[in-house]
Design a binder for this molecule. Structure first.
Ligand SMILES: *[C@@H]1O[C@H](CO)[C@@H](O)[C@H](O)[C@H]1NC(C)=O
Ligand SMILES: *[C@@H]1O[C@H](CO)[C@@H](O)[C@H](O)[C@H]1NC(C)=O
Ligand SMILES: *[C@@H]1O[C@H](CO)[C@@H](O)[C@H](O)[C@H]1NC(C)=O
Length: 670
């Protein structure tokens, strides 16, 4: 055994020689070798004890066996010898511990290494043989944590990953590995495993603060939030770039490390965009890079920055007169895009005047709906249109408002029947027309004058004779109202002619009025007295009064006749012109308030003049002149119709602008 100490003896058998005495075995020697020497001793019987003595210790690991020769010689002459080969087998002793091939093992492995990945294989060798040289491995000093992550194959020395690595929680493991042979000789070595970082952590975004809602009038550049980003990886894997999505008016401004401010980049307008989804993205610089994003929702708070705006520039309402009070005329609408009360629109009438009265006495507006109602019934004849201003105001504070003009147009309704100005319908005034006996067919005899307060078709008058004493004798111009003879007057015609004329307007439905006209065919005013019985109001008082009047002014009348005859003499060659209405007259003949406006079929003053002539010297002319010149005449019933009486109604009508044409008046006769 290699572990035998120096001096260990190994007996060798004696040599044998058949000779005796001197010739028998005398001496032993051994071939020169490193380990053994020969020791020969005599025992008490004279026998020799031969031992091989270990002179130098053996090492099986160097020399597993050795061979040398043992010599024995006799004392004869010649000397004879014998040899024996000695074969030494060195037996193993466990004299070698296992030895690692490295004093310190170093390995590195990425943190994302899969289970069963071989980290490193350690190996130790043992020079011994058999069980003495059988090496097994085990961890000697190892943390509990590492134990869960790494395994060591006891036979092969292979170290494998069995758990999950994480650079971020532990980036380095150190342990000792023990190698042991079969009989317990051991040695150990150090193993250092470095975990290398892998970009396995995406950046994490933390919203540290965020203002929401934000006011829409924020100055661009205002900070609305603070963001923090973190990445657990190291180096480039932990370098983060941050951004926000493109289509929002926000950006990130880096502040201290890994902190960013979210600031506005432009003017916000809640009415355009009322809330934002801001996506913040963070990307690290690993390869491949990892990124993450977070969306924050920001809503924009309202500011009362929009006034209500009317849908139309102006509004028009059309209403027919005589409307019911309270009827709806139109409605106005204004829109305000602001939020809640900042966008709630309230309508009101702006103070103003229409025809001297407050607008509120004409219209009212529903504050909530903008519907405009008439407060009263309108009269087209009073006014045709008016304007009011409606204000729309929101409910913000301070409120914003805008105006719109509403024009109300009143349309005419045929609510006025024609009004006959001549002949007067007053039953007390009894008027007649004198028709000269010599009148030819087509001569203008009289004219019915009527007006209608309405307008347009409603005031378009047509005239019609509805009954007459002699239906064939007179005709009336449908639109002019002129009464003309239809044929020459003949002797057989009745002296008294009555016409009933209807005046009708063109409204829907039409309204009409009638009047009676008394015509007397006569050249002599004296004859007219016979007609007194025609008067509805015949009494003796009138007669006596007329006589007194005649006597008192007879002198004037005579003078008058002379003047008239003179004029008549001048015009003798063209007497018919007196009737055809074609001769213009100086305007001085017209009373100041009368004007010949339209000229259609107007009864000219020339005829008027002629009427005085032909009626001779009776009451009619006389009374006219008198009353015209002398206002002191007592106001008798029958004489009430002085020219000034006629003037008044015209004046009124002209004021209202409705009188189309006013004609001169022929003679009136009580
Ligand atoms: C923001 O996101 C929410 C929820 O996903 C969605 O309902 C909303 O419409 C988004 N708003 C905008 C302005 O995109
Ligand atoms: C209306 O606007 C004002 C500022 O003009 C604001 O203070 C208020 O909060 C707004 N109201 C609503 C309901 O948004
Ligand atoms: C509304 O109309 C009134 C009167 O015309 C005017 O004085 C006022 O300035 C107008 N207001 C607005 C907001 O247009």
């Amino acid at each position: 055994i290699e572990s035998a100490f120096k001096g260990a003896r190994y007996r060798v058998s004696e040599a044998h020689d058949a000779d005796i005495g001197q010739n028998t075995v005398k001496q032993y020697s051994v071939e020169q070798n490193e380990h053994f020497v020969l020791s020969v001793q005599d025992d008490t019987d004279g026998n020799k004890i031969i031992d091989l003595v270990l002179d130098k210790e053996l090492d099986r690991e160097k020399e597993q066996s050795l061979e040398f020769t043992l010599f024995a010689v006799d004392g004869g002459n010649p000397q004879k010898s014998g040899t024996a080969n000695i074969h030494v087998t060195v037996l193993d002793a466990n004299d070698n511990a296992p030895v690692f091939d490295q004093a310190t093992y170093k390995a590195s492995i990425p943190e994302n290494a899969a289970v069963d990945t071989v980290v490193i294989t350690v190996s130790a060798s043992d020079a011994d043989e058999g069980i003495n040289g059988e090496v097994t491995y085990e961890f000697s000093r190892i943390s509990e944590r590492a134990k869960k992550i790494f395994s060591l194959d006891t036979k092969t020395g292979e170290i494998k990953v069995i758990g999950s690595l994480d650079y971020e929680s532990n980036s380095k493991y150190e342990m000792r590995i023990n190698a042991k042979d079969g009989y317990g000789l051991s040695s150990d070595s150090k193993l250092v495993i470095d975990i290398t970082d892998v970009n396995d952590n995406a950046p994490v975004i933390y919203i540290k603060s965020m203002i929401s809602p934000i006011l829409e009038n924020l100055v661009p550049g205002t900070e609305v939030g603070i963001i923090n980003v973190q990445d657990r990886d190291s180096d480039a894997n932990g370098q983060i770039r941050c951004s926000v999505n493109q289509n929002v008016p926000f950006k990130l401004v880096p502040s201290i490390k890994n902190y960013y401010s979210l600031v506005t980049t432009g003017q916000l307008d809640r009415e355009l965009v009322s809330d934002y989804n801001i996506t913040i993205s963070a990307t690290d610089e690993g390869s491949p890079p990892l990124s993450s994003s977070k969306t924050v929702h920001l809503s924009v708070a309202d500011i009362n920055d929009n006034p209500p705006v009317f849908e139309e520039q102006s509004y028009s309402a059309y209403v027919t007169e005589n409307n019911k009070p309270g009827s709806t005329l139109c409605s106005v609408t204004a829109r305000d895009p602001d939020w809640r009360q900042n966008g709630t629109v309230i309508y009101s009438l702006l103070p103003g005047e229409v025809n001297g009265a407050s607008v509120s006495s004409y219209l009212s507006v529903n504050g909530d709906t903008g519907v405009i109602h008439a407060v009263r019934s309108f009269d087209y004849e009073q006014f045709k249109n008016f304007k009011v201003n409606v204000m729309a105001r929101d409910n913000g504070s301070p409120p914003l408002s805008s105006n719109v003009t509403v024009s109300v147009f009143i349309s005419d309704v045929n609510d006025n029947s024609p009004q006959i100005l001549y002949p007067s319908s007053d039953r007390n005034s009894f008027m007649t027309e004198l028709v000269p006996k010599a009148a030819h067919g087509g001569s203008l005899v009289s004219k019915v004058i009527a007006v209608d307060a309405d307008s347009g078709q409603n005031a378009w008058l047509s005239y019609q004779i509805v009954s007459s004493t002699d239906p064939g004798l007179f005709t009336i111009g449908v639109h002019s109202g002129e009464i003309r003879t239809q044929r020459d007057i003949s002797e057989s015609d009745s002296m008294k002619q009555n016409l009933v004329v209807a005046v009708k307007d063109n409204g829907q439905p039409p309204l009409s009025a009638t009047c009676s006209m008394y015509l007397i065919i006569s050249d002599n005013l004296a004859e007219v007295t016979e007609l007194k019985e025609l008067s509805h109001d015949d009494n003796s008082k009138l007669t006596s009064y007329l006589i007194i009047a005649l006597v008192s002014v007879s002198t004037f009348f005579l003078t008058f006749i002379i003047i008239v005859l003179g004029v008549r003499f001048c015009r003798r060659n063209k007497p018919r012109l007196l009737f055809d209405g074609a001769v213009a007259i100086p305007s001085a003949y017209l009373p100041p308030n009368y004007s010949d406006v339209d000229g259609t079929g107007t009864l000219r003053s020339t005829y008027n003049y002629d009427a005085y002539l032909t009626t001779g010297s009776r009451t009619s002319d006389f009374k006219f002149v008198t009353s015209y010149n002398d206002n002191t005449l007592p106001a008798d019933q029958t004489l009430r119709k002085s020219p000034s009486d006629f003037v008044d109604p015209f004046e009124e009508l002209e004021d209202s602008g409705e009188v189309g044409s006013v004609q001169t008046l022929p003679t009136s006769l009580p």
